[in-house]
Write a protein that binds this ligand. Structure first.
Ligand code: 5AD
Ligand code: SF4
Length: 451
């Protein structure tokens, strides 16, 4: 009987590309499939169902997935019963075209994961193998994600889906649909559930968290992002709260003061600048100027001295001149970012930029600019970390370091990664670490006392 039962168990392998939102969505998918009797396996070769949750943000993200589909095709050749599905942003962008790929059996966009069991059974029973309908209301608020690292320390909660900002370079609004916020009560309940399961950090996710808004039907009262952040911070002082991503045009003083008021709201803001040139920002449709951006940075630093500030930037956008690029470099020096995600512009089909502007910076020049800003940021990161030497920070331990089991790794409130001798401490502990030395990416120190 045992053998029969085991053979009946369905196994899913899920590979995730792209942003944190996709990691979260993969947890939702595993939860939905878990209810259908699927258990997760760590290798594609062991699975009955192979799913790829995909990203469309840059052309190379899509190329990587296409490469994987080629490999899954070879697995299907060996074992005809394997089913392969494409989920997420590429599914939404390419729709039926993906079904023409010899590896692909089913396609599900970001708002149709509830439909997955039906799409899977359609393969044997007939019916549609694709759902890419975008929703104005789907938030999956009632589904508790199957946490990939159950027993983990840090996890994500999606507080909104979609995006209403039409940045001219960006595919997100087209593949993720329009903006909708999750029920504030369900966000707080999920945070509490995670804390009770041992989590010590939640990361609230949205494409633009500053435009979060939830209206309580019973009372008519409105909850904005600053209110929500305070509600989640109220779950327990030992639960750290982080969030991303903020938009420079929307980040409010109210939010900055709410962060300052709660020790367990981490002192880190990810504020994508995209460019330091007003002319480029205008073409990007970002709705702020360099001056306005710097004013927001000044406000953050006035209210929270030492707050970690990180950013995203795109080099080589349509029409970006050398002078425009120099303005981005000078803005980086002026702000002195702690860390940055840096990208060369990649034209995405049907975006505003693709329709209205010429992708006229040659690829070699994009690469040169990218390398120049990476070099600069590396200096700035080292400088920022050097300032921490000799100081003590509260660190939430995440687990053993990559290098050695005798060492632990964790983050400071400002989101700096810290490595130190374990001394018997474990994941989920808060420790005070005195920083002794550093690299651009890591602080290295020792524990002073256990909390
Ligand atoms: N090309 C390059 N980078 C992009 N990003 C978004 N769209 C593009 C694109 N077409 C970057 C932005 C964004 C981050 C998530 O990815 O910097 O903030
Ligand atoms: Fe995330 Fe955007 Fe990539 Fe979709 S396209 S996975 S929303 S980064």
């Amino acid at each position: 009987m045992e053998i029969v039962r085991r053979e009946m168990e369905k196994k899913v392998y899920l590979e995730t590309y792209g942003c944190q939102m996709n990691v979260y969505d993969s947890e939702l998918v595993l939860s939905i499939l878990g209810k259908e009797g699927y258990s997760q396996v760590g290798k594609a070769e062991d699975a009955d169902l192979i799913l790829v949750n995909t990203c469309s943000i840059r052309a190379n993200a899509e190329q990587r997935v296409m490469g994987r589909l080629g490999y899954f095709k070879s697995l299907k050749k060996k074992d005809g019963h394997i089913v392969v599905g494409v989920l997420g942003c590429m599914a939404e962008r390419l729709k039926e075209k993906l079904l023409e790929h010899p590896a692909v059996d089913l396609v599900a966009g970001p708002d149709s994961y509830r439909d997955l069991p039906k799409l899977i059974s359609a393969l044997s029973e007939g019916g549609s193998r694709i759902n890419t309908i975008l929703s104005h209301t789907e938030t999956y608020a009632d589904i508790s994600p199957a946490r990939m690292n159950d027993g983990g320390v840090s996890g994500f909660i999606s507080i909104m889906r979609g995006c209403n900002n039409i940045c001219s370079y960006c595919i997100v609004p087209y593949v993720r649909g329009s903006e909708r916020s999750s029920d504030a009560g369900s966000v707080v309940r999920e945070a509490r559930r995670m804390f009770e399961k041992g989590y010590r950090e939640v990361n609230l996710l949205g494409q633009n968290v500053d435009s979060y808004i939830w209206e309580d039907n019973a009372t008519g009262s409105k909850v904005d992002f600053a209110d929500l952040l305070e509600m989640v911070a109220g779950v327990d002082p030992k639960l750290r709260v982080r969030f991303s991503t903020s938009h420079p045009k929307d980040i409010s003083d109210k939010l900055i003061y709410a962060m300052a008021a709660h020790p367990n709201i981490c002192k880190h803001i990810h504020l994508p600048v995209q460019s330091g040139s007003d002319a480029v920002l205008e073409r990007m449709n970002r709705h702020y100027t360099r001056e306005k951006y710097l004013e927001r940075i000044a406000k953050i630093r006035e209210v929270m001295p030492g707050c970690g500030i990180t950013t995203d930037v795109i080099v080589g956008f349509c029409g970006e001149t050398e002078e425009d690029f120099q303005e981005t470099l000078s803005l980086f020096r002026e702000v002195g970012y702690d860390w940055a995600f840096m990208f060369a512009y990649s034209q995405r089909p049907n975006t505003k930029a693709a329709r209205h502007f010429k992708d006229d910076v040659p690829p070699e020049e994009k690469e040169r600019r990218l390398q120049a800003i990476i070099d600069l940021q590396s200096e700035l990161s080292l400088e920022s970390n050097r300032k921490c030497i000799g100081k003590t920070f509260e660190v939430l331990v995440e687990g053993p370091s990559k290098r050695s089991k005798a060492e632990l790794t964790g983050r400071t409130s400002q989101n700096r990664v810290c490595v130190f001798p374990a001394e018997g401490r474990k994941a989920g502990d808060y420790v005070d670490v005195m920083v002794e030395t550093c690299t651009p990416a890591t602080l290295i120190g020792k524990i002073l006392n256990l909390k």
